[in-house]
Write a protein that binds this ligand. Structure first.
Ligand code: NAP
Ligand code: MG
Length: 477
């Protein structure tokens, strides 16, 4: 290329990161009884950002007690219109502090600032606004019935949309009158911890939201706590199954949002250039760290040569690098173990016969990076057609007829999402009906709205987040 963009980094000094964070219990930061801390890194340069408390059983017990007290004494007694005021305030404060949150999300997790600024953080406040609107209208959400809160919810979230997953879980739970203990992922705790300042600013009663940080063991300990009424989990299918076993036979209600292996299907009558942009967004968005990523591309055979050529050309134009640069398309891989997992699955793909194309852009020396990748000539028998890679890797397959496309798309243990590209309305309606997927996007991809439910079929889990549907996960009758 004869020219290049000038660097356009977002200023990072807008956000003040503390050297050390405690646990957020009963409205305040406290030292962990465990006395232990762990580090969270910036995956783009491997620098340590902060030390974060590691919660063990005693800390978790204290946290659940705080949530129970807040539930019994304050939150369950407040009328819906009072709960709504707090949720509105939280939404407003996140909007006001959105730049701070966006920068911190990109620093701690590696996603491009363009995404944290334009997607994650606006959706966080949108979720709080949306559920604020429901808090005093629950009887209209469930006509003829009297919904009541469940009590205390334990919530566990992953690292790919750290603050957004918090919003998806906390906003409907609070709207329905529950209190929560939430555990962010080990590699991305900082925006959840900054959110505690927002809860304080909004004067949310102490103990309504509590945050415990730690790793998978912390999550497992939380799930086992006897005084929880509900567990809500977003993460891998493997851990989801463990949680399902752990809560079996208890009073705890459960919702699981798990993995995916979405098919993005392009028919010969599609607007090809529009579809290419959607396919690129569907898999390289957020480094492919997206449960609903369009990781399998199904191309109708007649247009396969042109689609492949355009995709190969398009990935060369993707800009990989500094997440804080406003021109970056693809940021850092979230952690070293995730990078190794992507590398190993791509290697298996090549060994099993897939053809490899990669963007040959320069990569920064430090940090965790992976080139936007296409694996062509993949078949259903290949590991990369079945396993979730959770990285910027597109597996390409072909089909001849719509029936064959449906069969391939549904031939997976997952069923979270899918995409279809066609100019025929009748075709995408028919296709959406036949796909076993919680969300089907037509002539677009990765579009989210708080009013729209999201969740899976089969091993992608059960229960829905978003919309009216998420309320039913937090009420009893
Ligand atoms: P993960 O390993 O399952 O971790 C998810 C969360 O569970 C993290 O907070 C993790 O803690 C914690 N955890 C780990 N082991 C646990 C255990 N035995 N008991 C309780 N909690 C435990 O998943 P991940 O690799 O971080 O995230 C990627 C996965 O999430 C992908 O499979 C993706 O598809 C899925 N996902 C699904 C959705 C959806 O809505 N369906 C959305 C986003 C992501 P630590 O991280 O601290 O170890
Ligand atoms: Mg980090």
């Amino acid at each position: 290329m004869g020219w290049d963009y000038a660097p356009a980094p977002e200023a990072r000094n807008i956000v003040k990161i503390q050297p050390r964070y405690g646990l957020f219990i009963d409205g305040q930061f406290v030292e962990p009884k465990s006395g232990r801390y762990f580090q969270t890194l910036n995956p783009a340069n491997e620098a340590v950002l902060a030390e974060v408390a590691y919660a063990e059983a005693e800390d978790i017990d204290r946290t659940v007690q705080s949530a129970r007290r807040a539930y019994n004494e304050v939150w369950s007694k407040l009328p819906g219109k009072e709960r709504a005021k707090y949720l509105f305030r939280i939404a407003r404060i996140v909007q006001e502090r959105s730049r701070e949150f966006a920068v911190l999300e990109s620093l701690d997790g590696g996603k491009p600032i363009r995404e944290s600024r334009d997607v994650d953080i606006p959706l966080v406040s949108a979720h709080f606004f949306y559920y604020a609107g429901w808090a005093d209208k629950l009887e209209y959400a469930f006509p003829g019935r009297t919904p009541r809160p469940l009590g205390v919810a334990g919530q566990i979230i992953p690292w790919n949309f750290p603050l957004l997953m918090l919003a998806w879980k906390v906003a409907p739970a609070l709207a329905c009158g529950n209190t929560v203990v939430i555990k962010p992922a080990e590699t991305t705790p900082l925006t959840a911890l900054l959110m505690c300042e927002v809860f304080q600013q909004a004067e949310l009663p102490p103990g309504v939201v509590n945050i415990v940080t730690g790793d998978g063991q912390t999550g497992a300990t939380l799930v086992q706590h006897p005084d929880l009424d509900k567990i809500a989990f977003t993460g891998s299918t493997e851990v989801g199954k463990k949680i399902q076993r752990a809560v079996a036979g208890t009073r705890k209600r459960l919702t699981l949002e798990l993995g995916g292996k979405a098919a993005n299907v392009i028919f010969e009558d599609a607007d090809i250039d529009q579809a290419i942009e959607g396919i690129i967004n569907g898999i390289y968005f957020n480094q492919g760290h997206v449960c609903c990523a369009g990781s399998r591309l199904l191309v109708q055979e007649s247009i396969y040569p042109i689609v492949l050529r355009k995709l190969q050309r398009r990935i060369q134009l993707l800009r990989v690098g500094d997440p804080l640069d406003k021109n970056t398309d693809v940021g850092a891989i979230n952690s070293l173990p995730q990078l190794r997992k992507i590398e190993s699955l791509v290697q298996i793909g090549v060994q099993e016969g897939a053809e490899l194309y990669q963007c040959d852009c320069p990569l920064p020396e430090k940090g965790y990076w992976y080139r936007p990748t296409i694996l062509d000539k993949v078949s259903m028998a290949h590991t990369v057609a079945r396993e979730e890679i959770f990285g910027p890797v597109l597996a390409v397959m072909t089909f001849r007829t719509p029936d064959e496309a449906v069969a391939i798309a549904n031939n997976t243990r997952y069923g979270l999402s899918a995409g279809v590209w066609t100019s025929k309305g009748s075709r995408y309606l028919e296709f959406a009906r036949r796909l076993q997927a919680g969300v089907v996007w037509c002539n677009t991809y990765n579009k989210f709205d708080p009013a729209s439910p999201f969740g899976g079929y089969k091993e992608s889990g059960f229960g829905r987040e978003g919309g009216l549907h998420a309320l039913s996960a937090y009420v009893a009758f």
